[in-house]
Design a binder for this molecule. Sequence first.
Ligand code: C2E
Ligand code: MG
Ligand code: MG
Ligand code: MG
Length: 284
Amino acid sequence: RVKEQGKNSFQFYTPDMNEIVSKKMQLEIGLRKALKRDEFIIHYQPQVDVNSGDLIGVEALIRWQHPEWGTISPADFIPLAEETGLIIPIGEWVLYEACLQNKYWQNKGFLPVRIAVNISSRQFQQSNLVEMVSKTLKTTGLDAKYLELELELTESIIQDSKHAISTMHQLKEMGIHLSIDDFGTGYSSLSYLKTFPIDTLKIDQAFTTNIFTDLKDASLVDTIINMAHNLDLKVIAEGVETLEQLQFLQQRQCNEAQGYFFSRPISAEEMSTVFKEQFLAKIQ
Ligand code: C2E
Ligand code: MG
Ligand code: MG
Ligand code: MG
C-alpha cells in the first residue's frame, strides 16, 4: 500500500503500522515454533455443582510460556492461531494432553470428572475432527463420557448448520458431552438450540459479572436458565467471583458454576491437590 504524502514523497508504512505488522509477524513466527519447543502448558479450572458443591468438571485452558516474552494469554494468540490455521495442531495437542491428564487423575483413584476442552470454530469445521477426537480417546484410554467439548457458535458454523449438526451427532453418539461456550454474546442464534444436540449452555462471564450492577443482565441470566431448562439443557455460569453471585445462581436453579470464587485456573499439580482434598472429604 502506497500512501501519498505531499508532492514527491511516497511513504510505504507509517512507523506505527510497521511496528504492528512486525509484532504480529514475530508472534506468528514464535507460534509456529512453540509446539516443537514445548512452550505450551495447560491450566485447569474446577467446575462445580452449585447445589452439592461437588467438583464435576475441569476446564483445560492453554497458556504459552515464551522463554523471552513470558506467559502469553490465549486471548492474545488463539485468534492468530485461528487465522493461520495453527489452531489445528495446537488444538490437537490440547485435546491429547487434557485427555491424558484426566485419565492420569482417574488412574490415581480420584473421583472421575469431565475434562472440558475448548474447540474453536475453525477446528470444529475440520472434516476429520470426529476421527481425530475418536483416535485421541483411544490412545489416551479416556472414556468418552469424561470428555466435554466447549464449542463456540460462529456465523460460519450457523451457515453450514447441516454439517455442524451432523458433526455434533457423531460426537454425541460416541458419548461425548457438548456445550456452547460464551452463550449470550456474539453469534447466539436461539433457533439452533433446539436442533443442535447439545447438553449444556455456558453463560458468558460478562452476564455473571453484572448480575448485581445491571438489572437487565440479571434478567437475561434468569431467562437463559429458564429457556435452557425448558429445552432440557443444563446451564453452567462462568466468571463467578463472589458468594453473592453464586447465591443468585443457586436461587435461579443454575446447575453448575465456574470462576475465581472457587479457583483460578491452576497447574495440573495444583489440581491434583484439589482432587486429593475432595477425595479425603468424601471418605471422612
Ligand atoms: P473461555 O473458554 O470462555 O474461558 C474462560 C476464560 O475466563 C478463561 O480465560 C478463564 O481463565 C477466565 N475466567 C475464569 N473464571 C473467571 C473469573 O471468575 N473471572 C474472570 N475475570 N475470568 C475468569 P483464559 O484462560 O485467558 O482463556 C481465554 C479464552 O481463550 C477462552 O475463553 C477460550 O475462548 C480461549 N482458549 C483457552 N484455551 C483454549 C484452547 O485450548 N483452545 C481454544 N480453541 N481456545 C482456548
Ligand atoms: Mg471455554
Ligand atoms: Mg467463555
Ligand atoms: Mg471463549
